[in-house]
Design a protein around this ligand. Structure first.
Ligand code: CP
Ligand code: NVA
Length: 324
């Protein structure tokens, strides 16, 4: 059986994404019923960058699945500096049941997956944040009932990991995705092409623009992210000047659909990419979104283990029932 990894948003087919999101809702309603990591089996969670939500949601989620998380902070292992990624994978997969990794280059995750006989999960890279999008899509389902045909506008740094993931995961879920940012900060053509190809299968659509009003017009979901991602701190002053037109504030929300919901992966910088009024206001669902990291990732981990042939029969039965 092929080992299933989750390195980009498109690693799940549209039908598989639907299964994982349905399972997430099932597991949210009954959090301790499915225990693929009973033993306890260990799951490795590596961080090359800092984290709050990802760290706690994976640690809590692995425990709730019956397992034991081993969280490795930046610089604490040999990974990537004293030992190759491939050699790390060859050792780890004899000891752990899952490898979860927040890192810089996407190529590192690909190398880890190529050498690992257990599922590898991208916990954020420079290119994508696919686990965040599982939580965001679960939140959209909770708020709007469905993702199919719903419109989502993302404003701000449209060349970062979150913009790429909104684009890819959004169309994978059948959404009408509009991405707005300055001319030199838009998604790369290869990402846009991949999104358009997937949209053609799902009925979703793609709009890339530098006009925030065009993206916002009637949008049912409005999303943003920090203008200064991890690793870009030295560009802070320039970036603060660049993105001002793309702030999510009351004026922006007035252009979206009445009652539109607001997403932000957090951490948020009030008064920078989003006003405090909007982040802390009635349209914001960011705290549900943050909680949903836990439920979505538990579902993802259980689903990957089952699909990789690494779960016991009872887990497989419960997971299959939970995806329907
Ligand atoms: N949204 C998110 O990934 O948060 P952390 O950086 O705190 O993990
Ligand atoms: N784009 C941000 C997301 C943080 C969760 C970053 O990469 O720092």
């Amino acid at each position: 059986m092929r080992i299933r990894h989750f390195l980009t948003d498109l690693d799940l087919s549209p039908a598989e994404l639907d299964q994982v999101l349905t399972l997430a809702a099932t597991m949210k309603a009954d959090p301790y019923a499915i225990k693929p990591l009973a033993g306890p089996q260990t799951a490795a969670v590596f961080f090359d960058k800092t984290s709050t939500r990802t760290r706690f949601s994976f640690a809590a989620g692995i425990s709730a699945l019956g397992g034991s998380p081993l969280v490795v902070n930046p610089g604490e292992s040999q990974l990537g500096h004293k030992e190759t990624i491939a050699d790390t994978a060859r050792v780890l997969d004899r000891m752990v049941s899952l490898i979860i990794w927040r890192t810089y280059a996407q190529s590192g995750l690909k190398e880890m997956a190529a050498y690992s006989s257990v599922p590898v999960i991208n916990a954020l890279s420079d290119d994508y944040h696919p686990c965040q999008l599982l939580a965001d899509l679960l939140t959209v389902r909770e708020q709007l009932g469905t993702t199919q045909g719903r419109s989502l506008a993302y404003l701000g740094d449209a060349a970062n990991n979150m913009a790429n993931s909104y684009l890819l995961a959004g169309v994978n879920a059948g959404m009408d995705v509009r991405i707005a940012g300055p001319q030199d900060y838009l998604p790369e053509p290869r990402i846009v092409e991949a999104a358009r190809a997937r949209a053609a299968q799902t009925g979703g659509s793609v709009l890339i623009t530098s006009d925030p009003a065009e993206a916002l017009r009637g949008a049912e979901v409005v999303a943003t992210d920090t203008w200064i991602s991890m690793g870009q701190e030295q560009e802070k002053e320039a970036r603060l000047q660049l993105f001002g037109e793309y702030r999510v504030d009351a004026a922006a929300m007035a252009q979206a659909a009445p009652g539109a919901v607001v997403l932000h992966c957090l951490p948020a910088y009030r008064g920078v990419e989003i006003s405090a009024e909007v982040l802390d206001g009635p349209q914001s669902v960011v705290w549900d979104e943050a909680e949903n990291r836990l439920h979505a990732q538990k579902a993802l981990m259980a689903w990957l283990l089952v699909e990789s042939g690494l779960a016991d029969a009872e887990t497989e039965r419960l997971v299959r029932a939970g995806t329907r």
